[in-house]
Design a protein around this ligand. Structure first.
Ligand code: BTN
Length: 267
């Protein structure tokens, strides 16, 4: 079931529902933020979950730690909404969803561009070289005693970073900027949704493999990393990601296991 009150919908909503486990799509030609809309409509979305909130034009996208997320027309911006109770995961493993989402997007991008060197930057940014191509915002909210997981994903696909503010253009890229042609957004969305389901299932069946793969593709391992956690900054040698999905930083004084934070520099 898809709700699209639009005559110019750029996505094939029926194909998305047919080819994935998504039961409902809330589509709008423009939205401030698909994650915000997901929170606002959480009850009805959970009644029809897994559900997707989708727009080709997001005007006030939200990033991690309250940062804004810039995107222009041609980017893929959506949120996947599920009942936490329907996920095959104990609550201790839920923090790993964030890592699984990054792996899933990397898988899907590799399906489209098998020779492109996509890497991960903890917890779940997808990069080409040192430039970000995808950001992911995982949120948990409750409504009427039901707990929801919302995974918001923004991929720079057919947009160009030439249109972006300078500080973003310097550290991000898009598939269009890289390859010089456009991609079918419906196909990429379907690939991501399929891979997301597989990677989340893997957290139950083979959690160690999922962590090993995340570690293997994590661009930060072996680098000197500066992590900002609120008002505190830690700079240390990145030893990888531990079994709980935490970033491990070795400073001269001690080993820090960091559950959250923003990587502001890596050398
Ligand atoms: C980050 O890198 O800080 C996370 C960025 C997440 C952006 C996506 S775009 C779709 C969804 N809606 C939002 O407002 N944010 C996420």
């Amino acid at each position: 079931m898809a709700k699209a009150r639009s005559l110019q919908c750029t996505f094939d909503l029926e194909r998305i529902v047919a080819d994935t486990d998504v039961r409902y799509i809330e589509y709008h030609d423009t939205l401030k933020s698909t994650n915000t809309t997901a929170v606002e409509l959480l009850g009805p979305l959970l009644d029809n979950a897994p559900a997707v909130v989708l727009t080709p034009k997001q005007t006030a996208g939200r990033g991690r730690k309250g940062n804004p997320w810039w995107s222009s027309g041609g980017a893929l911006t959506f949120s996947w909404v599920v009942n936490a109770a329907d996920l095959p995961l104990t609550s201790e493993r839920r923090p790993l969803i964030s890592l699984a989402a990054g792996l899933a997007v990397r898988d899907a991008l590799l399906d489209m561009l098998p020779n492109c060197p996509f890497v991960l930057k903890w917890p779940n940014d997808v990069l080409i070289g040192d430039r970000k191509v995808c950001g992911i915002l995982v949120e948990q909210h409750a409504v009427a005693q039901r707990q929801a997981v919302i995974i918001g994903i923004g991929v720079n696909v057919n947009n160009s970073l030439c249109d972006a503010p300078m500080e973003i253009a310097q550290r991000a890229t898009s598939l269009f900027d890289l390859e010089g042609h456009s991609f079918d957004l419906t196909s990429l969305l379907i690939l991501i949704l399929q891979r997301l389901r597989l990677r989340i299932n893997q957290l139950t069946t083979q959690p160690r493999l999922a962590l090993a793969e995340t570690n293997g593709h994590n661009v930060l391992t072996g680098r000197i990393v500066t992590l900002q956690i609120g008002d505190t900054t830690i700079t240390g040698l990145c030893m990888g990601i531990d079994d709980e999905g935490q970033l491990v930083l070795q400073t001269e004084q001690q080993v820090h296991r960091c559950a959250s934070g923003i990587v502001v520099q890596w050398n």
